[in-house]
Design a protein around this ligand. Structure first.
Ligand code: UDP
Length: 468
């Protein structure tokens, strides 16, 4: 029975829309262009509304199997996201093994793909003899850091933020120790130890697939496969961006956009989980108002404790509007629209009225922005977002950055200034041109004779050849 079935690939994303969305797009490509069936293996918890809507909208040739719930109740409440996901993966290994083994027995399983915090599953997939791949949902810059991390960890004695010089990774923009991945801020935290662990395990993959494209980081792309074969081959499979946003919008922002002039609206969003502090949210509101520009703001309740407070659910508990300055909604009603918690981002970025994106620099958001020729304001919060911000402003030059005050806060005047510069100024023109240029490069990579398309065909051909 197994023989008559199409070949199958199993994909295991760790929780979070930023992981699920690009892997979902990869799955759709495998199904539609390569006649491959896909099984998603998902964690039982937490399942956000956005995640459920996304999984439900996948075509029927993409099935999903849920792992049994694992309890993380024993972990302290301040445990980092990275640690949570890694431990959830480890506690799920017996179940992953059973699922993979069953798929292997009943279907023609040709590959297993996991994302960056699930590398311990390689232990079971390799034991079962299944070709195993890492999908890296960010760029070559961060991947390069992780590929060098085992050596960097051994050779660095101080905290990274105390490094006297910026770190110079081959082919990458120099980056300050304080701008490195969020878990690298505190070497004694388990989150850091997990990153080093995963970085080592990346080398166990048969190949690494990265959601980026050559034109956005040409120097790094040139060099990444040339370093002494310390790691598996790296393939550029991007830009894989969502083909449509999960339909859970509460306010119809698209009809509002229809009424706004061309490229006049600044879209403001901090991704699926980003939150601001109360003070910072207040400055942002005042800054937007002061700029006089039109804006569409996906607003979440602030959190003074964590900048990733909504990572797992994307939803505010309280009404976020309550936290805005007195009278703000009334005063800005002619130019601004507030959308609580979640917006159909792709449609917003594709809309002719959208002229800029104030973004937390999540990599999916970045790709979606450049693929629609929309320039950005970089406002990083966590994960690898500070590195992305450095790269986007200093190297790619597709984003502007507000000046930060000594206390680490972006003040309203500086926010207003950078918003005006992006929407009306000369600097804005330059980054807009760059965004349009990248849009062309990214579109080319996805065409039949483009790099991404060719690479995926090459990979799938290789997978098939292992089974027939
Ligand atoms: N997203 C969306 N609506 C929102 C917020 C996010 O559709 O209101 C989507 C966004 O388009 C992107 C993903 O969720 O595809 C967020 O991924 P990203 O890497 O930008 O950031 P993360 O959420 O992982 O921090």
């Amino acid at each position: 029975e197994g023989d008559s079935e199409a070949v199958r690939v199993a994909i295991l994303p760790t929780p979070g829309m930023g992981h699920l969305i690009p892997l979902g797009e990869l799955a759709k490509l495998l199904v539609s262009h390569h006649s491959i069936s896909v099984t998603f293996i998902t964690f039982a918890e937490p399942v956000s509304k956005a995640q459920k809507a996304f999984l439900d909208a996948l075509p029927p040739t993409i099935t999903s199997l849920q792992l049994p719930p694992v309890s993380l109740a024993d972990l302290p409440s301040d445990t980092h996201i990275e640690t949570r996901m890694s431990i959830a993966t480890d506690r799920s290994l017996p179940a992953v093994r059973t699922i993979l083994h069953t798929l292997q027995q009943s279907t023609r399983l040709i590959a297993f793909i996991v994302d960056l915090f699930a590398t311990d599953t390689f232990t079971v997939s390799k034991e079962l003899g299944i070709p195993s791949f890492l999908f890296f949902p960010s760029n070559l810059f961060s991947l390069s850091l992780l590929l060098h991390l085992p050596e960097l960890d051994a050779s660095t004695t101080c905290d990274y933020r105390d490094l006297p010089e910026p770190l110079q990774l081959p082919g990458c923009v120099p980056v300050l120790g304080s701008d490195l991945l969020h878990p690298m801020r505190d070497r004694s935290n388990d989150g850091y130890k997990w990153m080093v662990h995963h970085a080592r395990r990346y080398r166990d993959a048969d190949a690494i697939l990265v959601n980026t494209f050559r034109d956005i980081e040409p120097e790094t792309a040139k060099i990444i496969n040339e370093e002494d074969n310390k790691w598996p081959p790296v393939y550029l499979v991007g830009p894989l961006i969502q083909s449509d946003s999960p339909d859970i919008e509460i306010v119809n922002c698209l009809s509002w956009l229809d009424k706004q002039p061309k490229e006049s609206v600044l879209y403001v969003s901090f991704g699926s989980g980003g939150t601001l502090t109360c003070a910072q949210m207040n400055e942002l509101a005042c800054g937007l108002e002061m700029s006089g520009q039109r804006f569409l703001w996906v607003v979440r309740s602030p959190s003074d404790a964590k900048c990733d407070a909504n990572y797992f659910d994307s939803m505010s508990v309280d009404d976020p509007v309550e936290f805005l300055p007195e009278g703000f909604v009334e005063r800005t009603k002619e130019v601004g629209l507030l959308v609580p918690s979640w917006a159909p981002q792709l449609q917003v970025l594709a809309h002719i009225a959208t002229g800029g994106f104030l973004s937390h620099c999540g990599w999916n958001s970045t790709l979606e922005s450049v693929m629609h020729g929309v320039p950005m304001i970089a406002w990083p919060l966590y994960a690898e977002q500070r590195m992305n911000a450095v790269m986007l402003t200093e190297e790619v030059k597709v984003a502007l950055r507000p000046v930060v005050a000594a206390d680490g806060i972006y003040k309203s005047e500086k926010i207003a200034k950078v918003v005006k510069a992006l929407m009306e100024g000369e600097e804005g023109k330059k980054v807009r041109e760059k965004a349009k240029e990248l849009q062309e490069g990214g579109t080319r990579a996805l065409m039949e004779d483009g790099e991404s398309c060719k690479v995926i065909t090459e990979l799938t051909n290789r997978w098939r050849s292992t089974i027939t």
